[in-house]
Design a protein. Sequence first.
Length: 367
Amino acid sequence: MEVIAMAYPVLTGAVLIEANGAALNNAGQAEGLRVENAIVVKQIRIGRLRFPYVSGQAWRRWWREVLYADFGWTPSEVTREAKSAYTKGDPIAYEEDDLFGYMAARKRPRGRKRAEEGEEVAEGAAGTNRRISPLKNSLLISVLPNVITNDFGHFSRNLPPDTDIIPFEAEHYTTYLQGVFTISLADVGHFVFGEMADLSDEILREHQGKLQRDQNNERVYWLPKPDRIKRVQDVVRALALLRGGAHLARNLSDVTPVVVLVGFLDGGNAPFQRLFEPDENNERVLLNLTRLRSVLEDYQDRLLVEGNSKALFFGYRPTVLANEVEVLEQFQRDELFSKCIEVVGTPQQALEKVAGLVEPVFGRHVP
């Protein structure tokens, strides 16, 4: 198959997650309304409005945990030092180091030579390798404002007689959280050797037989394409099974996406930000069709289409969107929407459709 080189082919998408009575990501202790200390959720303040959010790090942690448990990824070894910690920095052996990136500082033993440079390295010389994550994601931010509730409780179970109860206070919320992500397809399984680059001499030496060397740049190495494709497919499929969050013992909530819009485009942007907005009563969520149409007008020529498929895939859980009927009608009747977007069914079905297209997109657009 002829490879049509793209400037920056990415898989990108927007997700909406439903949080019910949840406290998915906490900010620690703060002064409470009724007790001295309360556990508060992370939140963004805009004027008088408060929007709970989940950090990008927490979202990535949930994603990793699913990849470990459901897809057989092995966690990268972590080295803990006095003021730092870092993973193995081995993106060949550990898929998470490839997709999620790292900053690894390590000591080189005396007399070892750099695999490609033939230079002696002094004992104890520090070597730093870093990898920019091909997978990038935003915060997960509440669409609805002012949804945080203070929950007051106390511990009194089996306390000795005449013992005061122990009060506590915590926050939780019921809302929808939205976020975006991109995966730079050409960067998955693509490594540069050298200081402050992806591969150390030790890692390169260990895995030399597993890599393909770039014909035009002796410092660039590639994993075989089937390995690169599978890693991207795993990440996409893991999003459909997302789980995690804090305080799940008493604030259990399902964090699998309830709406997704996912597809392929040429360019490193994440154009589907803030597609979801509150209704006029700040009670339900709308898909902003005006904003989405504006995005598609700018990006339609950069969408990557494979075969008879469309470029973007929409999956949704019924009754979530307040304007669900209008959305489905517009996706069918509007010329631009119908040209670009395929309504697949559920969020998991949409993500599975995208996972199945990773291989032909790689074959056609990724060197």
